[in-house]
Design a protein around this ligand. Structure first.
Ligand code: 5GP
Ligand code: ZN
Length: 114
């Protein structure tokens, strides 16, 4: 997966502003933030999208969700609230085909999902 930009970010070939890291998960500030807090949480293993989750690799989702909680606390948005968003495939607007969750908050975004 040599031309995957998130794999390159994970291995340090492309710089990023890291906010969290474990042996399985990496999280960094989005380069084009759409909210005052906009962090991307990714598995270190290359998984192209939510469609590629399987019984073999789904365990990393536990780490991703716990990472989201910890990052939200660390960045001060646990109480005010946040969205945790995954875009899967073309119609959802997925542009980077390495599974990632957007953690967005720091402003009131309302109750609509779109
Ligand atoms: P998607 O549309 O695939 O759900 O989201 C991809 C996200 O990755 C976008 O919000 C975009 O701003 C972010 N992004 C794309 N390239 C880079 C990069 O090189 N560095 C960082 N930090 N974010 C990136
Ligand atoms: Zn990748």
């Amino acid at each position: 997966m040599n031309d995957c930009i998130f794999c390159k970010i994970i291995n340090g070939e492309i710089p990023s502003k890291k906010v969290y890291e474990t042996d399985k998960v990496y999280a960094f500030h989005d380069i084009n933030p759409e909210a005052p807090v906009h962090v991307l949480i990714v598995p270190k293993e290359h998984i192209a999208s939510h469609n590629e989750l399987s019984s073999e690799n789904v365990d990393v989702m536990k780490d991703i969700h716990l990472a989201a909680n910890e990052i939200a606390r660390k960045l001060g948005i646990s109480e005010s609230g946040y969205r945790l968003i995954n875009n899967c495939g073309a119609d959802a607007g997925q542009t980077v085909f390495h599974l990632h969750y957007h953690l967005a908050g720091g402003t009131a975004m309302g109750s609509k999902i779109l």
